[in-house]
Ligand binder design. Structure first.
Ligand SMILES: Cc1ncc(COP(=O)(O)O)c(C=O)c1O
Ligand SMILES: N[C@@H](CCCC[NH3+])C(=O)O
Length: 416
C-alpha cells in the first residue's frame, strides 16, 4: 500500500522509502530537494521587491549538499562557528551573505571570518566588541557589525530553545544596547551596520516576533537621534513548523505581519533554520525486535537518541510514519533505540503494529537531526541521501566502524 506524506511535504511513496532503505541501509536520513526548494520560495516570494537577505541557520542542517542547494537558490547563511563558515565556503556559499552569531567567538574565528569577508558579525556582548575591534585592527581591516539585542520577549516555546529572555545568555539587554552601539560607533575598526535579535525557536505565534521587532525599531529611532544610522534589521529565525498538530503561521502570513512595520530602505535579514528544512527530512529506521513486558510494548529500532536527540532532549513529539500503513493502528507502543539509556526513545505511546524487519520513519527530521547526532555507544552515524525527482543521491556516507577511532592512539609502551 502506498501513501504520500503530504503534511510532511515530503513526496515520497512507501515503496520509494523501502527501496532506498534497502539500497542505502538503515538508519538513514532522507531529504527532499523539492521540499527544501518549496520552503525557501515560501520565504523568498513574499520578499520580492524588498531589500532582504535570507540567511539559512547552518546549525539546523550543515550537510554540504543542503548548503549548496540553498546557496544556489540565493540564500545567505547564519553561522555560529568557524567550522560552519568553512562548510559554507566549501559548499560554494557567498561569504558576503554570511552573518556570524554566537556568544563565544574566538579570536581565530573572528580572523577567519574577517579574511573571508563576511557580511556582518552579530555581536553579543561588550567584551566581544572590544575583542573584534582588536582582531580587525591587527589585520588592518574594519569589521561590519550588528548588535544582537535581547528584547526580553517571551517566545512561548520550550525553555531550552527560548533565547530572548533576560535570564538567557544571548545578546545585550535592550536597555543597555544604546551604550553598546555608541561604544561600537566610537571604535576605529568596527562599522555599525545593523541590529539583530533571535528570540527562540519553534515559535507557533507571530505575536512575539512582532513585539520583538517593535522594540528593535524603537531602539533604531533612539540611535538615529544619536546619529547612528542602521542599514539592516535582522529578526533572526525561529518560525515553527508542524510536527504533529502545531499550527504555526505560514512564512507568507508571518511576513505579512512583519513587512509593513519595516521602514522603506532598511534591509530585512532573516535567519530561518527549521522552517526551511525540518519537513524536508525523514529519519528511517528498521525494527530489530519488539517486546511486551506486560506493562508496555516496545518497538526497538536500529536507530535512537544518538541519531535523533530532539525527543529525549526537548521531549519533542515528532511524527512516526509507518512505512506500511497496515502497521498504523497497532497497539500503543514506545518507539525506542538500542542505546543503553532510559532516555533513548523516539516516540512514546504511539499506535504502531510494526514488527521485526518493518521500516519506521520519523518525520520533521531535516532540522536538528543529523547535525545533533553522535557516535554514543560507538554507533557509526547514519548516511544522508537527497531525493530529487526519481533520483536518490548519497550526500554523506554512513560512517564506518573504523572511523569511530580515527585520530585516537594507544599510549606509548614506555608510559604504561
Ligand atoms: C541566532 C540564531 N539564528 C537562527 C536560528 C535558527 O532558528 P530556527 O531553526 O528556529 O529558525 C537560531 C537557532 O535557534 C539562532 O540561535
Ligand atoms: N536544537 C533545537 C533548536 C536549536 C535552537 C538553537 N538556537 C531543536 O531541535 O529544536
Amino acid at each position: 500500500m502506498s501513501h504520500h506524506y503530504q503534511n510532511q511535504q515530503l513526496m515520497l511513496e512507501d515503496a520509494a522509502v523501502a527501496d532506498l532503505a534497502d539500497q542505502f541501509g538503515t538508519p538513514l536520513y532522507l531529504y527532499s530537494r523539492a521540499a527544501i526548494e518549496q520552503a525557501y520560495q515560501a520565504f523568498a516570494s513574499p520578499l520580492k521587491g524588498r531589500k532582504h537577505l535570507i540567511c539559512f541557520a547552518v546549525k539546523a542542517n550543515s550537510n554540504l549538499a543542503v548548503l549548496n542547494l540553498l546557496a544556489r537558490l540565493g540564500a545567505g547563511f547564519d553561522i555560529v562557528s568557524g567550522g560552519e563558515l568553512a562548510r559554507v565556503l566549501a559548499a560554494g556559499g557567498d561569504p558576503a551573505k554570511v552573518v556570524f552569531s554566537g556568544v563565544g567567538k574566538t579570536r581565530s574565528e573572528m580572523a577567519q571570518a574577517l579574511k573571508a569577508g563576511i557580511h556582518c558579525f552579530n555581536v553579543e556582548s561588550v567584551a566581544e566588541l572590544d575583542r573584534l575591534n582588536g582582531v580587525a585592527g591587527e589585520l588592518g581591516l574594519v569589521a561590519p557589525i550588528s548588535i544582537r539585542v535581547n528584547p526580553d520577549v517571551d517566545a512561548k516555546t520550550h525553555p531550552y530553545i527560548a533565547t530572548g529572555l533576560k535570564e538567557n545568555k544571548f545578546g545585550i539587554d535592550i536597555l543597555m544596547a544604546p551604550d553598546a552601539f555608541r561604544k561600537a560607533a566610537s571604535l576605529p575598526n568596527l562599522k555599525v551596520l545593523g541590529v539583530d535579535c533571535h528570540i527562540g525557536s519553534q515559535l507557533t505565534e507571530t505575536e512575539p516576533f512582532v513585539a520583538a521587532l517593535k522594540r528593535l525599531l524603537a531602539l533604531r529611532e533612539q540611535l538615529q537621534a544619536d546619529g547612528i544610522e542602521l542599514a539592516h534589521i535582522d529578526i533572526g529565525g525561529g518560525l515553527g513548523v508542524t510536527y504533529t498538530d502545531e499550527q504555526p503561521p505560514k512564512p507568507a502570513d508571518y511576513l505579512a505581519e512583519i513587512l509593513p512595520l519595516i521602514p522603506a530602505g532598511l534591509t530585512l535579514v532573516l535567519e530561518p533554520g527549521r522552517a526551511l528544512v525540518a519537513n524536508a527530512g525523514l529519519l528511517v529506521g528498521r525494527v530489530e525486535m519488539t517486546k511486551d513486558n506486560g506493562f508496555k510494548r516496545f518497538v526497538i529500532l536500529d536507530t535512537g537518541m544518538n541519531d535523533l536527540m530532539r525527543p529525549t532532549l526537548y521531549q519533542a513529539v515528532m511524527p512516526v510514519l509507518p512505512i506500511n500503513q497496515a502497521q498504523q493502528n497497532g497497539p500503543l507502543s514506545d518507539l525506542v533505540g538500542p542505546v543503553c539509556e532510559t532516555g533513548d526513545w523516539l516516540a512514546k505511546d504511539v499506535p504502531l503494529g510494526a514488527e521485526e524487519g518493518d521500516l519506521v520513519a520519523i518525520g520533521g527530521a531535516g532540522a536538528y537531526g543529523f547535525v545533533m547526532s553522535s557516535q554514543y555507544n560507538s554507533r557509526p552515524r547514519a548516511a544522508e541521501v537527497m531525493v530529487q525527482g526519481s533520483q536518490a543521491v548519497l550526500i554523506r556516507q554512513r560512517e564506518t566502524v573504523e572511523s569511530l577511532w580515527a585520530g585516537e592512539q594507544l599510549l606509548p609502551e614506555a608510559s604504561c
